[in-house]
Design a protein around this ligand. Sequence first.
Ligand code: ZN
Length: 255
Amino acid sequence: MSSNVASVADNTSRDTTGFHDLPLDERLQTARDGTAFFGRHLAQISDADLDGSSSLPGWTRKHVLAHVGYNAAALCNLITWAATGVETPMYSSFEQRNLEIEQGATQSAAALRNLFSHTAARLDEAWRHLPSDRWSHEVRTIQGRTIPASETAWLRTREVWIHAVDLGTAGSFADFPEPVLADLFDDVLSGWRRNDDGAQLRLMPAGQTATDVDPGFDGTRIEVSGSLAAIVGWMCGRSTDGITTAEGVTPPRWI
Ligand code: ZN
């Protein structure tokens, strides 16, 4: 066992501020900043180019845009749930969610741009009007996870920042605020740990303590190094830019 195992097993020892360390108003602002970031990259794409492929396999940019728009609407449902106490799911089913994206992607560029800005404004409005004692009200995600309503700030933050990169313009993980990177790192890591995936990986963000995906793994570890942004982009399956690792090593799925 190497001498740094004790520290790598403890994620709380990191020195960066995570998204969830921020007060709620800053978390909501980070989501809004992500919407603005997405909007800036969307504005660089012509209507015709919206039909082109995104970085996501099988999805055009219109699919990404429809998905991000409907995601805001789905999160509005969770805020309604928290506000009223009446169960209001994000989507009625996975099938409905996927169908909505498929059909949404056939709409005109103008309709989809409108969907994006309209639903983002609606979510912002819902957040602004949710009484302070309702933020801890429990709601359920489409994955069946029970979360406080305040966690919608993180769900939206993930969507807008990451999918802005998926539009395939010049946006990259290096543009993300560090608290977003820090908690994406934790999200992917706990996903891998839950699935028993990537046990051999040792993640080594520059200037930070290394993290072993499975601290108890006793085989040969595969080191993955780069900036925190490069490592998180790689962990999310988005990019190998700026990553140094053994040849042929790919990140396990995380969601
Ligand atoms: Zn998504």
